[in-house]
Structure formats: structure tokens, C-alpha cells
Design a protein around this ligand. Sequence first.
Ligand code: 3IX
Length: 176
Amino acid sequence: MPDELDELVRHPKTSKPGEPMRSHNKSCFGCGVDSPRGLHLTVHAGEGFTVDARMPVEQWMEGGPGVIHGGILSSAFDDVMGMLPRLIGPPGVTVHLQVDFLAPIPVGKTLHIEASILGKQRRKIYAEAVAHLGDPDRPVARANGVFVTVDVREHFADHVENSAKAQEYKDRMHRP
Ligand SMILES: CCCCC/C=C\C/C=C\C/C=C\C/C=C\CCCC(=O)SCCNC(=O)CCNC(=O)[C@H](O)C(C)(C)COP(=O)(O)OP(=O)(O)OC[C@H]1O[C@@H](n2cnc3c(N)ncnc32)[C@H](O)[C@@H]1OP(=O)(O)O
């Protein structure tokens, strides 16, 4: 992370601590309520520059026998940290993701993920997250990520027609 960081200011219209973070896309694999095969993460705003999330570790997420697949865990970290830019302004997309796997995560448990903004410089937002199974003093995984803020209309303009929600987005784009 660079030394010279911008001041962090919570956006006045973002979710308040304890409130759900607003959905960025109902078809999102990570948190979309309408995603047919998604992780169905629930993500809430925390105090300051934090969010916290829960995810049931379901049978289909299995990698090694009886434990979560590392890619599923990485997706969960990606999506939860991906909510953080919304606390301070426009949405961001992941440009870098790093995960440390500390302990096996059993199928059938609820995974808790706590994520926070470490700093911001221009469009770059530096984030970290920790996962545990209910006891924050016993982390099972950690992650770091870098997110870059984008103008969503511009960024997704060439792709939005591929979305399961293409029509909704088309309607939204034509709204004044
Ligand atoms: C049409 C209507 C649509 C409506 C949609 C509505 C709602 C949607 C809302 C929100 C959706 C947003 C987020 C979704 C949230 C969660 C999902 C999980 C997150 C993801 O899963 S998301 C998917 C994976 N993600 C990508 O699909 C990104 C692919 N990527 C790119 O599209 C470009 O890469 C882009 C545009 C990001 C930047 O490109 P660019 O040309 O605009 O800017 P540039 O390259 O200059 O980078 C600017 C500064 O980032 C630094 N930088 C770049 N790369 C770096 C790296 N790897 N490490 C460290 N720093 C890096 C540079 O060094 C520079 O830094 P500096 O300011 O210091 O110069």
C-alpha cells in the first residue's frame, strides 16, 4: 500500500452500521438474491469503513472431502471486500486479490467474513478481510484486495446485454 493516502470519508447515503449493503446486482454470483447457483452472501455495513458478511458453507461448495473449495472462499472474499468502495463513494472492481488459507473450513458451518478499508489513493482502494467460524480470535482465512473505482455505466456498457437482468439495466440506463 502506498504511503500517501487520501482521507477516508463515509458516504452520507451509504448503508448505516447494521443495515444490509444495497445489492449491486441481483444476479451476482456472490451476493445476488436471484443468482441460481450463487453463494448467497448476506453483507451488512459495519462501523467506520467495515462490512461484515455471512455465508452458509453448503455441500455443493466442497473441494477437499468435507471442506470448502479454495476458489469458492476466494470468491466470497472478493465479493465481500468488493462492497467496501460503496461505503465511501462509487463502486469499484477487483484488480488484485490475495488469499491466505489458514485452516480447513467444514461443510455445514456458517462462514463469517469481516472486511475493512485500509486506505485509498485516487481510484485505488486497499482492503483486507478475515474469515472465521464464529470466534473472531480463531481466523480460518485472510485476504487482501485492491479495488479500482469505475463509472459503472461506462465500465459495463458493452457487457450489460449479457446480464440475466439485461432488460432492467436497459430500463435504468434510459431513465433520466
Ligand atoms: C450500464 C448500467 C450498468 C449498471 C450496473 C449497476 C450496478 C453495478 C454496481 C456495481 C458493480 C461493481 C462491483 C461489483 C462488486 C463486487 C463484485 C466482486 C468484485 C469483482 O469481482 S469485479 C470483477 C473482476 N474485476 C474486473 O473485471 C476488473 C478488470 N479490470 C479493468 O477493467 C481495468 O483494469 C480497470 C477499469 C479496473 C482499471 O483500468 P483503467 O484504465 O480505468 O485505469 P488504470 O489502468 O489507470 O488503473 C487505475 C489505477 O489502478 C491501478 N491498478 C490497476 N491494476 C492494478 C493491480 N492489479 N494492482 C494494483 N493496482 C492496480 C493503476 O496503477 C492505477 O493507479 P494510479 O491511480 O496510481 O495510476
